[in-house]
Design a protein around this ligand. Structure first.
Ligand code: NAD
Length: 355
């Protein structure tokens, strides 16, 4: 396969962790006989410095033409001035909107070799393997909002709004993913209170009945889901939900693994390329020291191969290599619990050796 991959290394530790993911992708290409062409483009704080714009037009144009995009992280104290004309995060929101990235995928699969890094008990966590689908471009974050005077001061509103089409497209993606996994889909809503959730419930039920009769489907209220994630996480396979609920539940879910340095995510749209990134930020406190954990970005590269290039075997090969180095005891400082640790590059080397 020939594939064009745009790299947006970004700021802080972004370039350090993206460099390791690129080495891994190059090794996979050599091993399986593929050709990946990488183009690196400015985005985030560095792009504000060089172009006055966190997402320069040329960067966006390159992304549109790519098969997939791999992002490090953006932001840092240098660009935090609230009075500044623009901010690195503006680039993030813009690229999601411009590429139509409506589905955010977050796998929550604690490594069997790091179960003690989680605040939860080992016996609750063991066997957990959840794939979250969070709707990313609709709901209360994008609905009408405003304020007006009120006898007590002011009143404010933010409208949660979804259309049938917005629900159908993400439910189809999530149900298709469930087909390739354990065949179960859970839809999370608040249908006992919210009209918008009742639309999610009726649309999802119809899509599942007509198009995915082979998938086991159930619904859970969001408040109950917040508890189930901590008490019986291994009961869930694929979970689909709207933007606000997904924002909160995926952060709760990420704590099951105990470390941000290990979690990848993907944002998918249609028909544009998918965007893949670690869930952590630019970690300015450790940037430039060569000690960042590159595994989340390496695992994001595995998701890129699986979801954008449909290279399942290659993706699994990377995931297995990461599990093996963890099993062998390799730890960067963030997951070493005070014990001896290795540098970013050394962790990359170990993954490469497994490949
Ligand atoms: P952060 O995720 O950058 O860091 C939180 C803590 O986790 C820090 O102590 C950091 O050292 C550690 N950490 C994060 N990733 C690590 C890794 N790979 N290896 C080892 N340790 C790691 O969050 P923050 O400090 O709240 O934010 C820093 C900057 O990143 C801010 O400017 C923020 O806006 C930005 N940010 C960007 C994104 C993104 O680009 N998608 C996401 C979140 C935050």
């Amino acid at each position: 396969m020939d594939a064009k991959i745009v790299l947006l290394p970004g700021d802080g530790i972004g370039p350090e962790v993206v460099a390791e993911a690129v080495r891994v992708l190059e090794a996979v290409a050599a091993k399986f006989g593929h050709k990946f062409a990488f183009t690196s483009c400015p985005m985030g704080g560095n792009a504000i410095d060089t172009h006055g714009n966190p997402l320069p037009d040329e960067t966006l144009a390159a992304c549109r033409k790519a098969d997939a995009v791999l992002l490090g992280a953006v932001g840092g104290p240098k660009w935090d001035d609230p009075a500044a004309k623009t901010r690195p995060e503006v680039g993030l929101l813009k690229i999601r909107k411009e590429l139509g990235l409506f589905a955010n995928l977050r796998p929550i699969k604690p490594s069997a070799h790091l179960l003690d890094a989680s605040p939860l008990k080992r016996e609750i966590l063991e066997g957990t393997d959840i794939l979250f689908f969070r709707e990313l471009t609709g709901g209360v974050y994008f609905g009408e909002s405003g304020r007006k005077p009120h006898p007590s001061g002011e009143e404010a509103w933010s409208v949660m709004i979804y259309s049938t089409g917005e629900i159908e497209r993400i439910v189809r993606l999530a149900a298709t993913a469930a087909r390739g996994r354990r065949g179960k889909l859970t839809m999370v809503d608040k249908a006992n209170v919210l009209e918008v959730s009742r639309l999610w419930r009726s649309v999802t039920a119809r899509v599942m009945k007509e198009e995915f009769p082979d998938i086991k489907y159930d619904t859970v209220l969001v408040d109950a889901m917040a508890m189930h994630l901590l008490s019986r996480p291994r009961d869930f396979d694929v979970v689909v939900t709207e933007n606000l609920f997904g924002d909160i539940l995926t952060d709760e879910g990420s704590m099951l693994t105990g470390s941000m340095g290990l979690l990848p995510s993907a944002s998918l749209g249609e028909p544009g390329p998918g965007l893949y990134e670690p869930i952590h930020g630019s970690a300015p406190d450790i940037a430039g020291k060569g000690i960042a954990n590159p595994l989340a970005t390496i695992l994001a590269a595995a998701m890129l191969l699986r979801h954008s290039l449909k290279l399942e075997q290659e993706a699994t090969t990377i995931e297995t290599a990461v599990e093996t180095v963890l099993q062998q005891g390799a730890r960067t400082a963030d997951i070493a619990a005070g014990k001896p640790s290795i540098a970013t590059r050394a962790m990359g080397d170990l993954v490469l050796r497994q490949l």
